[in-house]
Design a protein around this ligand. Structure first.
Ligand SMILES: Cc1cc2nc3c(=O)[nH]c(=O)nc-3n(C[C@H](O)[C@H](O)[C@H](O)COP(=O)(O)O)c2cc1C
Length: 229
């Protein structure tokens, strides 16, 4: 019987035949990270990956304690990468105390990771618009979380009763919005693209701006550099 450690060691890693990023001449690569991200995102969609828009959001509170969780990427605009959630959730409280955050995408089937770091800014109006676009069960799930997301739950039955009531109200009233629902936009300062090269190490490309890049079109803002893997 193998140990857990041995089972981990024996797991296969990436197969052959994954895409490669040609970094022999950085000038031939997109001049903004937004362009390369969009190209990689399209690759992830074309490859049929499940939830390619799911990303890890890492935040830290004022004492430096770090918290990470998965959220859905809602948009990529001139201002940056968007996500949404409750303002009074742990993530919302972290971001209120410390706007610096990081997003991580891992597209395992393509051997790719993208890391994005910068300050996140809340936008309640965009949050409300995002909420209205959600289907009723998803709005009900949001309404269930108002003022209590991540608080201890007594029983599943308690949840299910609240969910059923909220689902009925959400279906009847599409304008019923979770009062705490907020969108945030993370404006990038650094974006790093990581690509495995099976049997030959990895390649890492970092785009760096001296300050948060509030437009994705400003090509002069970004410094491109390779990183030691
Ligand atoms: C695939 C997936 C997508 C998720 N999308 C969101 C989302 O868009 N917004 C959100 O607030 N929570 C989302 N969650 C739930 C969060 O991971 C987390 O459980 C919740 O937001 C509470 O986090 P917090 O206590 O750190 O605030 C998602 C979870 C998964 C697994």
């Amino acid at each position: 019987m193998s140990t857990f450690r041995e089972r981990l060691r024996n797991l296969p890693i990436f197969p052959d035949g994954l895409p490669e990023l040609d970094m022999s001449n950085l000038d031939t690569l997109p001049s903004t990270p937004h362009e390369l991200f969009t190209a990689w995102f399209d690759d992830a969609v074309d490859a049929g990956l499940l939830a390619p828009h799911a990303m890890t959001l890492s935040t830290a509170d004022s004492a430096g304690r770090v918290h990470a969780r998965t959220v859905i990427c809602k948009d990529l605009t001139d201002d940056g990468w968007w996500f949404a959630g409750h303002a009074d959730s742990p993530k919302g409280r972290d971001l209120g105390a410390n706007p610096h955050a990081a997003l991580t995408f891992f597209w395992r089937e393509l051997g790719r990771q993208v890391r994005i770091a910068g300050p996140a800014t809340p936008d309640r109006a965009s949050g409300a618009a995002d909420f209205r676009e959600r289907p009723a069960p998803s709005r009900a799930a949001g309404l269930v979380g108002v003022h209590r997301q991540s608080e201890p739950l007594g029983s599943l039955a308690e949840h299910d009763a609240v969910f059923a009531a909220e689902l009925e109200r959400a279906a009847a009233d599409p304008d019923r919005i979770a009062s705490t629902w907020t969108a945030w936009v993370l404006t990038p300062v650094e974006v790093e693209f990581w690509q495995t090269r099976v049997g030959r190490g990895q390649t890492r490309l970092r785009y760096r701006a001296d300050e948060p890049a509030y437009t994705r079109h400003d090509k002069t803002l970004w410094t491109k550099e390779l990183l030691w893997p």
